[in-house]
Structure formats: structure tokens, C-alpha cells
Write a protein that binds this ligand. Structure first.
Ligand code: AMP
Ligand code: FE
Ligand code: FE
Ligand code: ZN
Length: 291
């Protein structure tokens, strides 16, 4: 069994990289993809532990992009995530530098977001959020603090009222376009995959048009299996993979306690369980595409 889409506490998961490795072994996994948001820190920290217990670790990343350049302030299109697998190790200097710019953009965003919250009478500090986000504070961590301090009663309410793109404390930050994200992964030696397509607003013909555009930009894969995908979703995305010659990828999108209900290597009620042969097929198709 494998899980190719997991997060550690170096982005918005709650599990330390070494603990994630131990948990993966306990779940009987043979391969683990750590795909933290805009950072390789979790993957790098997990290396020694994985080597010690013979777990195959896949160097991955999940980039946050926007479908198009934002031309009108306050009118951003919904964020789209792109996964990258088998990135060059060590990463190219360009990719490392680019990841640094994303960290810096997130840090600036967080300062501005907390200022906006204060103006709305919500007083939390960066230190509060750093308790949850050790390497990188993201909005899910800020949401947890808003819950802890009683400003809202659920994480979702924190997003709906304050943190969502169109909510009261929303702050825009520099993010790559979808095409840039795909290109960055390609230039870093990786294979790109459109993450959890179920979260895209497009279905049917609209989705075909988007995927066609992305294939032209170099997209190589699509996440067919994901804990948020129903059997019907999986069938739809598998069909898209066939039609556009994209490599099916999959994983649970495990975030530990930050997304309760998703089990490592399993997903929700076993909907993201994948055999090792799935990874072998991915690799084979990837090799074919490169020649
Ligand atoms: P960040 O990377 O800090 O901008 O946070 C993005 C993460 O926040 C996403 O990966 C989601 O997990 C979560 N998120 C963003 N928008 C929403 C929303 N409207 N409702 C719930 N969660 C959201
Ligand atoms: Fe996440
Ligand atoms: Fe994602
Ligand atoms: Zn993810």
C-alpha cells in the first residue's frame, strides 16, 4: 500500500515528519509521498527516519496557484493546487529560491491578515498561530487559534467569516498562475498533477477545456483518487486521464488532527487506498512521457 499525498507540520499538517514516517510504517505503507504546501522541509526532515525503516519516500510538493493573473483587486479566482512528484534532489537552486519567495509572501500575508483581524476586533498574535504552524503559518492554523480563543466555534466558521478569499480579513498575496506552477514543477524535474479536481468549479465540458489548456502548458497527471472524491468523481477523473493521456495519481491528503477523519493510507472509509503497483504504473507512464 502507498499514500502519495500527505502533509506534515512543516506546512498545514499536524504530524511531525518523523512521526508521519512511523505512522506510515505502522499502517503498512511501502511508499509515502510528502507533498507539503510550497515547501520541501517536511520531506527533507523525514529522510533519515524513512531510510532507517526502509520506507520509500517520494519527493513531492503541492503548489498553490491561481488559474489566471488577478486583474481586479478583490476578484481572485479560486486557488488551484498542483502536485509535483519526483522532484530533482537536491532541488535546483531556482526552485529552492522560488519556494523561499513563496514563504516570504506567506509571511507578509500573515502579518497583514493579523492586522486586518485586529481592526475587526479580533486580537490574536503570530506566536499564537506558530503553536500550530511551526515552519509555515497558514490560514488553517489561524483558524484554529480563532476557535481556541472563542471568536468562532468551528474552523469552517473561521473561514466563512474571516479567512476565506472573499471574507472580511482576506489578504491577497503573490501566487503563481496555474501554468507557472506546472512549468516550475517541470523545470524542477518533477511530474505535475492536478490536485483534487473535485474542488474545481468546472465539471463536464468546462473541465475538458481547462484540462486541455493545462495539457498544452505541460500538465502530466491528474489526481484521480483522493479522500474527497466519490466513486463517481474517481470514474470521471479516470476518464479525463484516459482522454488526455494524463497519469492518474492519488493519495489521502492526510493532514493529521488538522483534518480529522482522513486516515493515512486509507482516506475516508478506505476511499484512497492504493496498492504499490499504482505507483509503479505512475513511474512507468512518467518514463514513457519523458522519452
Ligand atoms: P493558505 O495556504 O494559508 O492560504 O491556506 C489555504 C488552505 O486553507 C487551503 O488548503 C484549505 O485547506 C483552507 N481553506 C482555504 N479557503 C477555505 C475555505 N473557504 N473554507 C475552508 N477551508 C479553506
Ligand atoms: Fe493543506
Ligand atoms: Fe490541496
Ligand atoms: Zn494536499
Amino acid at each position: 500500500m502507498i499514500d502519495l499525498h500527505t502533509h506534515t507540520d512543516r506546512s498545514d499538517g499536524s504530524t511531525a515528519p518523523e512521526d508521519l514516517v512511523r505512522q506510515a510504517v505502522a499502517e503498512g505503507l511501502q511508499a509515502l509521498g510528502i507533498a507539503d504546501h510550497d515547501t520541501l522541509a517536511g520531506y527533507e526532515a523525514a529522510g533519515p527516519a524513512a531510510a532507517a525503516c526502509g520506507l520509500e519516500l517520494i519527493c513531492a510538493v503541492e503548489l498553490s496557484t491561481r488559474p489566471n493573473e488577478c486583474r481586479q483587486p478583490g476578484k481572485r479566482e479560486r486557488s488551484v493546487h498542483v502536485l509535483g512528484y519526483w522532484l530533482l534532489e537536491p532541488p535546483t537552486t531556482e526552485f529552492r529560491c522560488w519556494l523561499e519567495t513563496q514563504q516570504a509572501s506567506r509571511r507578509r500575508r500573515n502579518v497583514d491578515l493579523l492586522t486586518k483581524l485586529r481592526e475587526l476586533g479580533v486580537s490574536i498574535t503570530l506566536e499564537d498561530a506558530e503553536v500550530y504552524g511551526r515552519n509555515q503559518v497558514g490560514r488553517p492554523h489561524i483558524a484554529r487559534v480563532l476557535c481556541d480563543k472563542g471568536y468562532v466555534s468551528t474552523i469552517q466558521e473561521a473561514f466563512d467569516v474571516y479567512l476565506a478569499d472573499e471574507a472580511k480579513a482576506a489578504v491577497e498575496r503573490d501566487e503563481p498562475t496555474l501554468e507557472e506552477g506546472i512549468r516550475l514543477i517541470q523545470e524542477s524535474g518533477g511530474m505535475s498533477s492536478l490536485a483534487h479536481p473535485v474542488r474545481l468549479p468546472q465539471r463536464g465540458a468546462d473541465l475538458f477545456r481547462l484540462v486541455q489548456r493545462l495539457v498544452e502548458a505541460g500538465l502530466q497527471g491528474i489526481e484521480v483518487h483522493h479522500s474527497e472524491h466519490s466513486p463517481a468523481d474517481c470514474a470521471e477523473y479516470a476518464e479525463i486521464a484516459r482522454r488526455f493521456d494524463l497519469i492518474p495519481t492519488g493519495g489521502s491528503d492526510f493532514h493529521g488532527d488538522n483534518k480529522p477523519g482522513i486516515r493515512l493510507g486509507h482516506g475516508i472509509n478506505g476511499n484512497a487506498m492504493l496498492p504499490y503497483s499504482f505507483l509503479e504504473q505512475m513511474w512507468e507512464q512518467c518514463t514513457v512521457k519523458r522519452h
